[in-house]
Design a protein around this ligand. Structure first.
Ligand code: NAD
Ligand code: GLY
Length: 378
């Protein structure tokens, strides 16, 4: 492990916290947590897959710092982000007799981070928690910023709270056991930052840095750092998404509707894949509106294709239903205001913007055309 982890500060008034990024960082978890909250006991919330691969390492690090710990192990996968599993986590935390000054450790991908974070928000009216993200997606995005949630049959992330972690420990070596498919899904949320407002980051990724993220050279730490720095800046100026934090949802309004359409079945679509198709749709819709040059749109979609991410509705096994049913799901988006839709659209690479008052009929017609179109790169 490098001597000093990369560091990003999240400057929230009264609740600042650190994001630390390094290969092998988990070995320091006990010392870091003891420094954060001396004498605290911890409950680790994780999933079965992560527990099988990495829980012992985390427990050893806690033992080395004499931190008392218990583990709450949930099934892996998106369907764990539910009321029922939230109830199980909350009751297990209470059964472990954690007090308000003890800590919850969210040790897993975005599913565990969102679930354990929400449990931390509501147990004893709010407990502190530490994010120890174990997927690329969670390291570049979901572990930072305090959005916590579970899903509803009505839609994705519709039940939740803003509750910031007290610390984020991103050990990039944990990603060595992640599948290629999950790495690609996390890459969609990584390249998103370039597409939103950092053309230099996009160029860097497209030029080849993306391969280093996958192979695990030091590019991986740099990419997580760049993503977290970008997200931390947005969160610090708009924690509750009253303004430009919505930009971080590039591709998500479409993507969430697709996840709902497949019933959150990971065999058909996982979150980052939905975001990838959603970003491709956002760029194609922007081109349809005359906002973005065709060459930029084609370039972005070709890059996502080259990485192996899906970019078209037709690539979802089993299909995603028709345009009308997708629009019904989109209408549940949290950004809907008096029936009008808000989408993140773009004028070019790194030139995304928030478009309010998008006519639902225009989206439905666009989706119908997308569903009817022949497969092609753009
Ligand atoms: P996930 O948590 O389901 O993890 C993906 C899979 O990888 C799971 O099967 C998990 O068991 C496995 N896994 C995790 N770490 C592993 C490791 N180190 N080695 C091997 N396997 C491992 O999914 P995700 O993609 O991390 O997160 C998706 C979720 O994040 C979605 O629910 C999405 O809504 C949410 N999200 C939240 C935010 C936010 O700001 N809160 C942002 C983006 C996404
Ligand atoms: N992933 C979007 C956000 O945190 O705002």
């Amino acid at each position: 492990m490098s001597a000093e982890p990369l560091h990003v500060a999240v400057d929230l008034a009264g609740r600042p916290y650190d994001i630390l990024i390094a290969r092998g960082l988990i070995a320091q978890a006990g010392a870091r947590i003891a420094a954060l909250s001396p004498g605290a006991r911890v409950a680790i919330v994780t999933d079965e897959t992560v527990a099988g691969l990495h829980l012992g390492t985390l427990q050893s690090a806690l033992d080395a710092a004499a931190i008392a710990h218990s583990a709450i192990v949930m099934p892996a996968g998106e369907t764990t982000k539910s009321w029922a599993h939230l109830g199980r986590v909350v009751e297990a935390i209470l059964a472990a007799r954690l007090e308000r000054n003890d800590l919850i450790l969210a040790f897993g991908g975005g599913v565990i981070g969102d679930l354990a974070g929400f449990a931390a928000a509501i147990v004893r009216r709010g407990m502190r928690y530490v994010q120890i993200p174990t997927t690329l997606l969670a390291q570049v995005d979901s572990s930072v910023g305090g959005k916590t949630a579970v899903n509803s049959p009505h839609g994705k992330n519709l039940i939740g709270a803003f509750h910031q972690p007290a610390l984020v420990l991103a050990d990039t070596a944990l990603l060595d056991t992640l599948s290629e498919r999950e790495m690609r899904a996390g890459y969609a949320e990584t390249v998103k930052y370039g597409l939103i407002d950092q053309p230099d980051m996009y160029d860097w990724l497209e030029a080849g840095a993306w391969r280093g993220i996958f192979s695990g050279d030091e590019t991986r730490e740099t990419a997580v750092f760049k993503a977290c720095r970008s997200k931390a800046a947005v969160v610090a100026r708009d924690e509750l998404e009253t303004g430009d934090r919505a930009l971080l949802n590039l591709g998500h309004t479409f993507g969430h509707a697709l996840e709902q359409a497949v019933g959150y079945d990971p065999a058909r679509l996982i979150h980052g894949e939905g975001v990838s198709i959603g970003m491709a749709l956002a760029h194609r819709f922007s081109h349809r509106l005359g906002l973005i040059e065709r060459q930029d749109m084609v370039r972005i979609i070709r890059h996502l294709d080259a990485v192996g991410l899906p970019t078209r509705l037709q690539q979802v096994p089993g299909g995603v239903g028709d345009a009308a049913s997708l629009l019904t799901a989109i209408r549940q988006d949290k950004k809907v205001k008096r029936g009008a839709l808000t989408f993140i659209l773009t004028r070019g690479i790194g030139r995304s913007f928030i478009a309010n008052d998008i006519d639902p009929a225009a989206i439905e017609a666009f989706l119908a055309d997308e569903l009817a179109s022949e497969a092609s790169a753009a």
